[in-house]
Design a protein. Sequence first.
Length: 129
Amino acid sequence: MGEGEPPKSGGFTQLLWLRHTHLALAPGGFAGSGLRYHLIDIDDDGVLSFSLSGFPVAWSPLGRTLILARLSSYAGQDPETGLKDVGIVGSGPYTLTAVTFGANWSVASSVTLTTQAMQLPVRCLVRNP
């Protein structure tokens, strides 16, 4: 950083916590092969970095499977293409993929759940008796 130059911002914009643990998944910026993610382990003071084929949206209840979303129309293009539109109401169709991790957090298997998922607006009315 040069004199009079503002500090460069770093960090991440979202975390996906793994329930009942001290693990969180955070995006870490683009590398040559696409968007990198970091699995942060607070208990062991460690970080494991890897690329994913979609945007992480949810962990399974037992925590070894991660659900990824990606716009279906971007299939086969650059890894980062199509991730920015995930979550926009009325957008889609999305490809949802379940990625299962092994004991050392390497990807053990990947299964496509659907290629036609849609983001829909939801309204909920709660009646208070």
